[in-house]
Design a protein around this ligand. Structure first.
Ligand code: UDP
Length: 322
């Protein structure tokens, strides 16, 4: 048994990871300021004898020292995420995503903890390749377009983590998440599936941005959290960056049609320009598909749950309000 710290453990991915770590027999401390996470996400574990919740911000170094004390492994998931949130508040994105990661890395060097850094497919930026491998170049857009603040901030985190790993022999694993979805994800910060499901359950319309020809690959959070946990237990993963996600792409138009077909085929699908959703400075990513060969080679698996089953799981959870 080891003692794990999950920053952002009240968030969508963090709460699923917390459950898996507890189920594996570990002790888990969650540090979360509940800015985008919710206490309700942890209701299934809040009374667990090996669970501890610290309400506090990763921007508070004193709180971070307290959180890492006595811990063997750090899963750093707390961050400002979501295209809508990032576009609306780029300062918060930069403050939350850069300095606290460095503080936490320094603490891990002192304490000798293993470190998982949650990164994102956004680091690939506007790369136009068919699918993206870990060594590929990053192509960010202009600094005048706030969307890129997120990818840039996480790319800096990756540089920091790899630098600390090299200089201080810190055991670091970096996971770039590709459109992770599932129960407990909320639509407030932009994520498309909870938005479409909420819109359809409310009677519609379902609002697609642009022509809906943009493509994404959606991976189920249960599979993704299991992969994070297993990568941290796999010695050969140390010092490496991994794409973590499904590699089955779907257009946003097809996604909207699937959601509507499952909830009520009479619901309308409307198409609006990006400017109406995000303002004039917005740039979308047309196609995003990970190359997951490295993950498969290291762990022997990748997220494979079909979108159809993922949507059923999300819709059932929304209907049951869990
Ligand atoms: N999208 C949409 N309607 C929405 C929210 C998102 O059509 O209400 C589109 C968005 O333009 C993007 C895709 O769905 O092309 C995925 O968006 P999300 O914000 O979930 O993730 P990301 O853009 O980070 O992949």
């Amino acid at each position: 048994m080891s003692h794990c710290l999950v920053t952002g453990g009240a968030g969508f991915i963090g709460s699923h990871l917390t459950e898996l770590l507890l189920a594996d027999g570990h002790e888990v401390t969650v540090l979360d300021n509940l800015s985008t996470g919710e206490q309700g996400n942890l209701r299934g574990v809040s009374e667990h004898p090996r669970f501890r919740f610290l309400a506090g911000s990763i921007t508070d170094p004193v709180m971070m020292s307290e959180a890492v004390s006595g811990v063997d492994a750090i899963y750093h998931l707390a961050a400002a995420v979501g295209v809508r949130l990032v576009a609306e508040d780029p300062v918060r994105t930069i403050e939350t995503n850069i300095y606290p990661t460095e503080v936490l890395l320094r603490l891990a060097v002192q304490g000798g903890q293993k470190f998982f850094l949650a990164s994102t497919s956004e680091v690939y930026g506007k790369n136009f390749k068919e699918s993206w491998a870990e060594e590929d170049d990053l192509h960010f857009g202009a600094t005048t377009r706030p969307r890129w603040a997120y990818g840039c901030s996480k790319a800096i985190d990756e540089f920091l983590a790899l630098a600390y790993s090299k200089k201080y022999n810190l055991n670091v694993v970096i996971g770039r998440f590709f459109n992770v979805v599932g129960p407990r994800q909320v639509g407030n910060y932009g994520m498309v599936i909870p938005r479409f499901v909420d819109q359809a359950l409310a009677g519609g319309p379902v609002i697609v941005y642009d022509d809906g020809g943009q493509e994404r690959c959606f991976g189920h959070v249960g599979e993704v959290a299991g992969i994070v946990k297993d990568l941290m237990d796999e010695p050969s993963a140390a010092g490496n960056v991994f794409n973590i996600g499904s590699d089955q792409s779907v257009s946003i138009r097809e996604l909207a049609e699937s959601v509507v077909a499952k909830i009520d085929p009479k619901i309308a699908i409307e198409y609006i320009p990006y400017s109406e959703a995000y303002g004039d400075d917005f740039e979308d990513i047309r196609r995003r598909v990970p190359d997951v060969a490295k993950l498969e080679k290291t762990l022997g698996r990748k997220p494979v749950m079909p979108l159809d089953q993922i949507l059923d799981d999300i819709i059932a959870a929304k209907r049951a309000d869990i």
